[in-house]
Ligand binder design. Structure first.
Ligand SMILES: Nc1nc2c(c(=O)[nH]1)N[C@H]1C(S)=C(S)[C@@H](COP(=O)(O)O)O[C@H]1N2
Ligand SMILES: [Mo]
Length: 309
């Protein structure tokens, strides 16, 4: 079998839907894997206020959002997270916040969430692999949390880490990626009101395959910046190491802003395939900063976006 390189479009990107279903049926018939259309654990309901930052675009179905995932801790296939993330124990959960902050500490998730008002943010979501979705996230602004812990003046970046727990994350027993998954933002990107920590989607707490119990969402950047299942947030004055940049530095930069004019070395970024749009739907044009140009273009004034990809 050809070795799949991270970031390669997978069979689900290139296979017509009928074949896709057929393959799933074959796999189920062979007893290979229980794929994620079976009922998962009941998730608690969340009430969230609407937000002016939501897009009018029609959200993808819950089924699409929870059965077509990238979460390499559970395998490299789009259906692996739905099949395998159920085993991840997400309660209790805490986040260590350290580095250049006034109040460092290991914070219980419950304490982090107690004072926040959860909002629904319906955001466009664009993966670097050139597929996209619209997702009704539930979350709160990362800036809220950073302001609570007190960012010190010298801090220029926020670094984040996913849980390292190979006993429940079988992908972490495999090589290729230097686990845990790490990501980061410049401090002004982290403080932008569009940047949220999400704890749910639709009206439920976050499904495990989407990064339970808490994950980052940065809607104007390629999906890999939106790190899942966060256990550590560090404020630093140095640009942090990031997982995809470390794997393939020429293909995945630190910034990773969605940009239809800067192609990936192996494919065009000018258009995208909306997951769930159906067999005959055409590709859609990809928008600068994924459609969030008004909100974020000023963060990059004077920057060469081709060099800082
Ligand atoms: N820890 C972790 N976070 C991750 C990933 C991952 O493999 N591990 N994949 C990233 C990529 S490439 C994408 S496109 C999104 C996918 O999020 P979704 O499955 O909720 O659509 O998560 C991002 N965050
Ligand atoms: Mo992605």
């Amino acid at each position: 079998m050809r070795k799949i390189r991270p970031g390669d479009p997978t069979w689900a990107d290139v296979t017509p839907k009928a074949d896709f279903l057929n393959r799933r049926q074959i796999m189920a018939g062979a007893g290979a894997l229980a794929l994620g259309t079976i009922a998962g654990p009941a998730l608690a309901k969340i009430n969230a206020a609407p937000s002016k930052y939501s897009t009018d675009a029609a959200p993808n179905t819950l089924k699409d959002i929870t059965n077509y995932n990238n979460f390499y801790e559970f395998g490299w296939d789009k259906t692996d997270p739905a099949a395998h993330a159920g085993q991840l124990v997400t309660d209790p959960w805490s986040i260590e916040i350290d580095g250049m902050v006034d109040k460092p500490g290991n914070y219980a998730l419950d304490d982090i969430l107690k004072p926040v008002t959860l909002e629904q943010r319906i955001y466009r979501f664009r993966c670097v692999e050139a597929w996209s979705m619209v997702v009704p996230w539930i979350g709160f602004e990362l800036a809220d949390l950073l302001n609570r812990v007190g960012v010190q003046p010298g801090a220029k970046y926020v670094a984040m880490q996913t849980l390292l727990r190979p006993s429940q994350m079988p992908g972490q027993k495999q090589g290729g990626i230097d686990w845990p998954y790490v990501e980061g933002l410049r401090i002004d990107e982290a403080m932008n009101p569009l940047t949220i920590l999400a704890t749910g989607l639709y009206d439920e707490e976050m499904p495990n395959q989407n990064g339970a119990p808490i994950r980052l969402i940065v809607p104007w950047k390629y999906g890999f910046k939106s790190i899942k299942s966060i256990v550590k947030i560090s404020l630093t004055d140095k640009m942090p190491r990031t997982t995809w940049n470390q794997l393939q530095p020429r293909e995945y930069g630190f910034y990773a802003n969605v940009n239809p004019k800067v192609d990936h070395p192996r494919w065009s970024q000018a258009t995208e395939r909306r997951v769930g749009a159906g067999l005959f739907a055409g590709r859609e044009p990809t928008l600068m900063f994924n459609g969030y140009e008004d909100e974020v273009a000023s963060l990059y004034t004077g920057m060469d976006l081709r060099k800082n990809y």
